[in-house]
Design a protein around this ligand. Structure first.
Ligand code: ZN
Length: 279
């Protein structure tokens, strides 16, 4: 019985994973636009020999700051959009699982109508808001994290402009490096940090949706914490292993009462959740 509902839940989670894999492609479009605009600003303020005019430096710094505000807004939009879509996929997957359960156990399922009424547009927006405002253990939520990254980005860019480099080609290579660098003595690139935020926050949204539905559905008695198949082997008893293996509610190992389900314990956690039903 649980196997089938579990498969439905796993399938919908795969839909979500596929969706979030598309984030990189979408975000690259924004970043390429951003870099094109930077290139244009640099060339507009360069002399014939391809060097940035010293007298334009302040104007360039100001223009790039404005451009970064644009990037900040675009980034917020796209992450917010992916969170909304994630919640919708999670909602659909849980309803499908509940439906299958009801049909096969031969009960009229009060859960389905209840959930369909409750999880309307407004409720979905509320879940998104909850994710948006959620603070992680470093004290940051999405907004403050994006602000911080934006600030670092502006600072790095100003450093490059202030170096008085003698060719705008060099400047552009350095800008590209901030955004896209793959080897990283200086830490993750701007883009990779955004991918990390998008993956972590959508994952968090998916699980929050499952938790809320688990709490609302009369036929769900528990939520099982499952380790992802790519869970690494740690030399110590890692937090997710504890969640997945220990008995938390006297039901089954790894199963929590929906209201007691812990939050995602670390960024990029790929553990997944399945429902434990009555009977
Ligand atoms: Zn995990």
């Amino acid at each position: 019985m649980n196997n089938k509902t579990e498969n439905i839940q796993i399938k919908y989670r795969e839909h979500y994973l596929k969706k979030i894999n598309g984030f990189e492609v979408d975000y690259n479009k924004i970043l390429n636009k951003y870099l094109d605009k930077i290139r244009k600003i640099i060339f507009d303020h360069s002399n014939n020999s391809g060097n940035l005019n010293k007298s334009s430096k302040n104007t360039v710094v100001k223009s790039i700051k404005l451009l970064n505000n644009w990037l900040r807004i675009e980034t917020e939009d796209i992450i917010s959009n992916y969170i909304l879509q994630t919640i919708k996929i999670a909602l659909l997957g849980q309803i499908k699982a509940l439906k299958w359960y009801a049909e096969h156990i031969g009960i009229t399922n009060s859960d389905i109508n209840k959930l369909k009424n409750k999880y309307n547009k407004e409720k979905i927006t509320n879940i998104r808001e909850e994710i948006w405002n959620k603070k992680w253990s470093d004290g940051l939520n999405i907004d403050t994290r994006l602000d911080k990254l934006n600030k670092t980005n502006v600072k790095e860019i100003n450093n490059i402009i202030n170096k008085n480099l003698n060719s705008n080609n060099t400047i552009i290579v350095l800008f590209n490096n901030i955004v896209y660098r793959t080897s990283n003595p200086e830490g993750l690139s701007y883009k990779n940090q955004m991918l990390r935020i998008a993956r972590t926050e959508t994952n968090s949204a998916y699980r929050l949706t499952q938790k809320l539905i688990g709490e609302d559905a009369d036929n769900v008695i528990g939520i099982k914490w499952n380790l992802s198949t790519s869970h690494p082997n740690y030399s110590y008893y890692e937090v997710c292993e504890r969640y997945a293996k220990e008995d938390h509610a006297g039901l089954e190992p790894g199963v929590y009462k929906p209201k007691d389900l812990p939050e995602v314990p670390h960024p990029e956690c790929l553990c997944y959740l399945t429902f434990l039903f009555k009977n």
